[in-house]
Every structure is written in structure tokens, then in C-alpha cells.
Design a protein around this ligand. Structure first.
Ligand code: AMP
Ligand code: MG
Length: 543
């Protein structure tokens, strides 16, 4: 028996919808959503269920009840509905790769409803009025990526949408993975993702572009009322502009916090279009994302992004660009360009400080307040970037190495010869280190040690206390596990053959990404085969 809390949906209850032919591609010009049922699937099968995400939404844990498993598969592929669910596809627009793209909307996502303040959305559940001639479906390959990564991000401490379930549909979906004229059939799948809200910047941009200021205002008021309750409570009805500005500032800060978290774990989103920017600062739309492995700030995993607009190092600047688009959209409600501009500038300063604090945190400095202005601290982080890049060092493994005992106590360096250091660095590098590189690394480690000594001295910390702080900070900021693309490839290839062991292993590691679990082989650097393997090294936009 499945008992669930009652479903409802504030988005549909409080905002207006349009009753239109739900599968016909069309411009939806005077509504927030269109009621739209998921298209039925032939053979739903539940591959994975997150008890943890379920708990958040007041839904049951899975256990080993086969009937429950099948029931959940039927519901979370959209074949069956629960009482109170009122499925809709929502209207939004967006700037894609720097250009206004007009109406986009939920082309393959359907919002089922909400429970316990958590919305449930199916991704891959068939056509909607926003499918623009496409099929509204998703494949197992991309769905495994979304499922694993969104759960990992949650436990990594990166704000994001979560994943409740991963199902296959029993229907094949044809995809041309690299848009190069080689379509093939793939297993169809649906992820149910969850978030307090799926509202994006693009939800506001579409009404601004259409000059529908009252709709814009309605959506802004709705968002503030439900998701920014402190701003709502403190609002002055005679000064709505101040409220909207305060809210804009809050969105700027949430967005920047998300970016700092991405940069900390080495995440590259891959498609930071404004339609993929959550109003709550959540990572959303896991498509051609990837990770820093051999460190390279201009790396993007998205092969469709030929100019590397959305590469790792551009993410802070793109966040600003996207916030400027959002500011433009809100202009009719605020009508104060200097105030909007200075709010963005303040958020940029906040970001710069937060990034440097985070970077020093990754180096084990628990309190960076007095280090932010120091040139030796800045040099330490910029030199590290340069060295990691020239030596092709694995981002995650390098920071893990800093918590090793002989690095912490300095014995690795004190041996005199650079041989030991070279060997250790080579184990986390993708190329053999040259002698010149080693000399520079040796200097870097000496500077690193000096800054820690200074840090301990100004805090009056005895060595043991200082070391304890250092190790705690290193371990809290540097995950040992990230769902690297090659691991996700291995998981979905095994799943396609009916073997779920790799998926299970990845989910175990995802739930404890700061702890190395024994007997799970997911912590190594990217193997050679993955360097050019489709879906591991290179990904394209939609799949
Ligand atoms: P994305 O690149 O995934 O952020 O998607 C951009 C737009 O294309 C959104 O409006 C999506 O809903 C839509 N879209 C992506 N894939 C599909 C698909 N398979 N069928 C219909 N619409 C899609
Ligand atoms: Mg999207």
C-alpha cells in the first residue's frame, strides 16, 4: 500500500493557466502554464529511488516490497497519478549562448505537484506545447547522469535540485548523440526531480520580453511570498520597488553562493543559459556537465559550446551576465538602473571575496579574514592554478593529497630531494612532471608551509592545534568523491546490460563524498580510455 501526503500545487493554484491542445507546439502568450499530462509509457521500471529525497518530500522509502516498487514506477513515469497532482508544463524563455531565444518552456519536463513544500517534476515524460517538434523524452544515458549527479551535489553541499527516482520506460528513443548524422536507438528513461521551486530567470524574462508587466509582477510577488518569506514579511506596500530590489539582491547572493560551491568542487555546468538559472540559486538541468580533472580553467565538457563560453573559469562572469539579464527582466518593476547595477556590483564583490575565502579553505585555512588582503596568500592561489595547469594535476586528488600526513607535517618536503614530492605529484598528474616543474612545486609547498606557520602564529595556536584545524578544514572543503563522467559512463553502460552494481556503488559514494569508503573503486583519476570516450570526455547539449 502506498500512502502519501496530499499533493497540491501553489504554482497552478495561484497563477493562471491556459487550456490549450497540450501536445501542439505553440506560443503560450497569456498564461504561466499549460495543463499537460505525461505521455504513457509501455513498460515502466524503477531502477533507483532516493529514500533520502523521498523523506524530504514526505514520500515512503523503498524497502523490498515488489508491489510498491512497481507502483512507484507507474507513478514516476507518469502512467498513474496520485490524488491532488495536477500536471502542467510551465512557460519560460531565456538567453542561450548570449542571445535571446524567445519562448522555451518545459519541453520535456512536467510538474506533477508539490508535497511538504517540495515540487516533483518528471523529466523526459513526453511532449508538451514547448517541445518545439522534439519528442519530450530523455535517454538512460543522460538520466543516470542527472540522477547520480544531483544526489552527489546535495551531499557535496552544493545547492541543487534533487533526484527522487530513475525509471526506464520500455520505449526506445532515437538520439544523434553528437549531432553528426549518426542517430541510434537508446533506452528511454525518466528522472523525477525535486526542488522547492523550479522557477528560473527565464520565467521572468519571457514576460518582460512580451511587455506583460502585470504577469511579471504576479510572478515576482508569488516568488517572494513563498520562497523569500522574510522579504515578504518586511515589505512596505508603499514602496514595492524597494522590496523587488531587496529580492533581486537576495537572488544575486544565492546565485553567487552556488557558483562558489561549483568552483570549490570543480564542477562545470556546461550550459549556463538563463533558462537554466534557478531563482533559488539551485544547480538545475544536469546536461553536458563535467569536472575539473587535469586542471584547466578554460575547459568545458560541452562540445556544442565551441567558444567555451561556459568553461570553468568563466562561470563567475557568466553568473554576472545572467544576473544582468534577470535585472533587465525586473526593470519594469524597479525602474532604477543605478540601483540594479550597484546591486550586481555588490554581489560581484561578495563573490570575489567568497571565492578567495573558499580557495584558502581548500588549502586548509579555516579563517581567511586576515589573509584576503595579503599578497603572499593571493600568490599562493594563483601560482597553484598555474602549476596545476602546466603539470596537468587532477584537481580533486591534489587537494586530497594535502591532508596526507607527510604533507601536513612537512616530512615529504624535508627529505631534501625532490624525488618523493615528484613521485607523489606524478600519482595525481596526467603527465610525467618535468624537473623544472618540480622546482616550482617545491617552492610552492615551501610558501604554503610558511603561510600556515604565519596563520598559526597570528592565532597563537600551538602546532598540534593548528594542524588539527588545518586537517579539519581540508577534509571539510575537499571531497574525495565526485561523479566523474567516466564513472557515469561505466554506470549507464552496465545498467544497459542489466547490471546495477556500478550505479549502487556510485550512489553509496555520492552519499558520503567526503569519506573514502572501502571496497568501492570510484576514487581514482580518469583512466586513459576515458580521455576520448564519447560521453566521458565530450558531451553535447540535449539528450
Ligand atoms: P536544455 O538545453 O536541456 O536546457 O533545454 C532547452 C530547451 O529545449 C528547453 O525548453 C527544453 O525543455 C527543450 N528540450 C530539450 N530537450 C528536449 C526534448 N527531448 N524534447 C522537447 N524539448 C526539449
Ligand atoms: Mg534547460
Amino acid at each position: 500500500m502506498l500512502t502519501t501526503p496530499p499533493f497540491h500545487n501553489r504554482f497552478t493554484e495561484e497563477l493562471g493557466g491556459a487550456t490549450l491542445d497540450m501536445r501542439k507546439p505553440q506560443q503560450v502568450t497569456d498564461a504561466f502554464y499549460v495543463p499537460c499530462l505525461p505521455e504513457k509509457v509501455p513498460q515502466p521500471r524503477l531502477l533507483a529511488w532516493s529514500d533520502d529525497a523521498a523523506r524530504e518530500a514526505g514520500l515512503p522509502s523503498l524497502g523490498d516490497d515488489a508491489d510498491l516498487r512497481q507502483k512507484l514506477a507507474e507513478i514516476f513515469t507518469g502512467n498513474e497519478s496520485l490524488s491532488g497532482m495536477n500536471p502542467v508544463a510551465t512557460v519560460y524563455g531565456g538567453h542561450q549562448f548570449g542571445h535571446w531565444a524567445g519562448q522555451l518552456g518545459d519541453g520535456r519536463a512536467i510538474l506533477l505537484g508539490e508535497t511538504a513544500g517540495i515540487e516533483l517534476q518528471l523529466k523526459g515524460s513526453g511532449r508538451t506545447p514547448f517541445s518545439r517538434g522534439s519528442d519530450g523524452r530523455a535517454v538512460l544515458r543522460s538520466s543516470v547522469r542527472e540522477y547520480v549527479c544531483s544526489e552527489a551535489m546535495h551531499h557535496l553541499g552544493v545547492p541543487g535540485t534533487r533526484a527522487l527516482s530513475l525509471c526506464t520506460t520500455g520505449a526506445e528513443v532515437v538520439r544523434d548523440m553528437f549531432y553528426d548524422g549518426h542517430p541510434r536507438s537508446e533506452t528511454g528513461a525518466i528522472v523525477c526531480r525535486t526542488a522547492p521551486s523550479f522557477i528560473r530567470f527565464g520565467h521572468f524574462e519571457i514576460f518582460a520580453a512580451r511587455r506583460q508587466t502585470e504577469r511579471l509582477r504576479q510572478l515576482a510577488d508569488f516568488t517572494i511570498r513563498h520562497y523569500f518569506p522574510e522579504i515578504h514579511a518586511a515589505r512596505d506596500p508603499h514602496d514595492t520597488k524597494a522590496t523587488y530590489l531587496q529580492w533581486f539582491s537576495a537572488v544575486c547572493h544565492l546565485t553567487m553562493d552556488m557558483i562558489v560551491a561549483w568552483m570549490r568542487v570543480g564542477f562545470i555546468h556546461g550550459v549556463m543559459n538563463t533558462d537554466n538559472m534557478s531563482i533559488l540559486g539551485l544547480t538545475i538541468d544536469y546536461g553536458p556537465f563535467g569536472w575539473q580533472e587535469d586542471f584547466n580553467p578554460v575547459f568545458t565538457p560541452n562540445t556544442s559550446d565551441r567558444e567555451a563560453r561556459y568553461c570553468f573559469g568563466n562561470q563567475p562572469g557568466i553568473a554576472r551576465w545572467n544576473l544582468a539579464c534577470f535585472a533587465n527582466a525586473l526593470y519594469p518593476l524597479i525602474e532604477d538602473v543605478p540601483a540594479l547595477t550597484s546591486t550586481i556590483e555588490a554581489a560581484e564583490q561578495y563573490l570575489a571575496k567568497a571565492i578567495q575565502t573558499m580557495r584558502l579553505g581548500k588549502l586548509g585555512f579555516d579563517d581567511a579574514s586576515d589573509l584576503l588582503e595579503r599578497s603572499d596568500a593571493t600568490a599562493l592561489t594563483t601560482d597553484l592554478d598555474r602549476l596545476m595547469q602546466t603539470s596537468k594535476i587532477d584537481f580533486t586528488l591534489f587537494f586530497n593529497m594535502l591532508a596526507d600526513e607527510d604533507v601536513l607535517d612537512g616530512t615529504l618536503l624535508d627529505t631534501g630531494a625532490e624525488g618523493a614530492l615528484g613521485e607523489r605529484l606524478s600519482s595525481v598528474a596526467y603527465e610525467k612532471l618535468g624537473d623544472d616543474d618540480l622546482g616550482q612545486w617545491s617552492n610552492w609547498f615551501a610558501a604554503y608551509k610558511r603561510l600556515h606557520a604565519y596563520h598559526a602564529k597570528v592565532r597563537n595556536r600551538p602546532q598540534a592545534v593548528s594542524e588539527r584545524h588545518q586537517i579539519e578544514t581540508l577534509c571539510a572543503n575537499n571531497p574525495v568523491f565526485i561523479p566523474r563522467n567516466y564513472l557515469l559512463v561505466r554506470a549507464f553502460e552496465a545498467l544497459d546490460e542489466g547490471d546495477s552494481k556500478m550505479l549502487d556503488d556510485l550512489m553509496c559514494a555520492s552519499r558520503a563524498p567526503y569519506k573514502r569508503l572501502t571496497a568501492i573503486d570510484v576514487y581514482g583519476k580518469r583512466p586513459d580510455w576515458a580521455e576520448s570516450y564519447p560521453g566521458a570526455a565530450a558531451l553535447s547539449c540535449s539528450s
